[in-house]
Design a protein around this ligand. Structure first.
Ligand code: MG
Length: 450
């Protein structure tokens, strides 16, 4: 299997096994050609291969006449915000997000700081496929300018948000453990916490890309941070993925809240202050619907993927949105998943209510989500299996926004074919873990029975 995926949203691959500097340079040349001699902001996470990828990307961009604004190691949301605020023609983020250390990739941003949509992505792919790069002569090539204000500007923008009372947060001198997985968050999260007057303990805080654990911030990967919370007697802990768009929270008891609850807490916080539409992807917790109902606000669901959520938020003028995997999007600052927002709103909620994070979690609608997968043999067609399930469950309430989702009372189960592996992903949510597990098994069995 080739370990390189090229899609309209960028590329992702294993270094040395598909993802090479040549591929990175070609994508950058194609993107720079689309940007037609404009300005492109470039940021990267801290992966060991990041420097190699960065040189290739910058060379490709300059060759087609681009002015490169180089942010160096920088979180994804910060690069998105800088692309928008510096009025660039686009942006490039060199990251493989939560993938393991041997991976890297490229994400492409439009001038508004949003990821490219399908149409924009096709344009870049088409230029690369045809090799139709607009190479410039020696006197027309681009150049690089370093820019080191992006993180400070991001933090200033977060602190200036409505609903954020910096002096109130500072007065509490929260003790916070932050696990930055030696990723891009390491250059930004400690700064944010210190700007908010927190007494922080940073673990995995060297941005050298050496991930000491599985990078995805799932509860099972958070052993080190939960121990640190107990040792230090911290108020809570924050955990980001390597490019710091996803945030997981751990309570003062050392218990991971589950990534779904990062968004649920943020939605509760915002809707208390400002009612209006909420957007989430179809795989996000039902807690969002319950909270929206409580505040008399509508919820709309999109396909999985930040760009789908962000675009729909703009269309319907949503007050908050995001993805259940710890990705909070607050349009007051920008339409991108942003761990800085989740951290700051959590601190503000704790400061205002005087409650602990485990108390706030206990006050949330209670759901349990399970994720499993169906392994497919070579002769099994995921589309046919999902079509058969659709027929079998035709009498029930179905949502076909992304794969097939069966909605029941206070529970749901969803099956989706993976784009990258011969599996069908199964997700189920219910009010108890047993019920969620039963739903997931029911669908897995139904999928495999003729
Ligand atoms: Mg990420």
């Amino acid at each position: 299997m080739s370990r390189l995926m090229i899609s309209i949203s960028g590329i992702r691959g294993v270094i040395g096994e598909g993802l090479t500097p040549q591929v990175a340079m070609e994508v950058a040349q194609a993107f720079g050609t689309v940007c037609n001699g404009g300005t492109v902001v470039v940021g990267r996470d801290s992966r060991v291969s990041g420097e190699m990828m960065h040189h290739a990307v910058v060379a490709g961009l300059i060759s087609v006449g681009t002015r490169v604004i180089d942010l160096g190691i920088c979180p994804t949301p910060t690069t998105q915000l800088a692309t928008e605020n510096l009025h660039a023609s686009g942006g490039i983020i060199i990251t493989a997000s939560h993938n393991p250390v041997m991976w890297n990739g490229i994400k492409l941003l439009a001038s508004d700081g949003l990821f490219l949509d399908a149409e924009q992505g096709e344009k870049v792919l088409d230029i690369r496929n045809r090799g139709a790069y607009n190479f410039r002569s020696w006197d027309q090539i681009g150049h690089v300018e370093k820019y080191d204000r992006a993180i400070d500007e991001h933090i200033e923008a977060v602190l200036a948000l409505p609903f954020v009372n910096v002096s109130q947060i500072r007065a509490r001198k929260f003790k916070v453990v932050a696990d930055c997985i030696n990723g891009a968050g390491a250059v930004a999260v400690p700064k944010l916490l210190s700007a908010l007057g927190c007494d922080s303990v940073i673990i995995n805080g060297t941005p050298d890309g050496k991930f000491s654990r599985t990078p995805e911030p799932l509860p099972e990967n958070l052993g080190e941070v939960t121990t640190a919370v107990e040792q230090y007697g911290a108020d809570f802990a924050v955990v980001v993925d390597p490019d710091a768009d996803r945030l997981a929270l751990v309570s003062e008891k050392g218990e991971p809240l589950g990534e779904e609850y990062t968004l649920a807490l943020a939605v509760d916080f915002i809707l208390q202050r400002k009612r209006g539409p909420v957007v989430a992807n179809v795989s996000t917790t039902l807690a969002i619907d319950d909270l929206a109902q409580k505040y008399d606000s509508p919820v709309e669901r999109t396909r999985v993927g930040e760009i789908n959520v962000a675009k729909h938020m703009r269309e319907i003028d949503a007050v908050i949105g995001g993805e259940g995997n710890g990705g909070v999007i607050l349009p007051d600052i920008h339409l991108g998943r942003d761990a800085f927002i989740g951290i700051t709103l959590t601190l503000q909620a704790l400061a205002e209510t005087g409650k602990s994070l485990s108390q706030l979690r206990a006050e949330m609608p209670q759901y349990s989500m399970v994720k499993s997968k169906i392994e497919l043999a070579d002769d099994m067609d995921p589309k046919a299996i999902i079509a058969r399930l659709e027929e079998k469950y035709a009498e029930e309430k179905l949502d076909k926004t992304d794969g097939l989702k069966i909605l029941r009372d206070k529970s749901w189960v969803q099956v989706r074919a993976s784009n990258t592996e011969p599996i069908i992903r199964v997700m189920a949510e219910a009010q108890t873990e047993d019920e969620a597990k039963a739903l997931a098994s029911e669908l897995s069995e139904a999928a495999l029975s003729e």
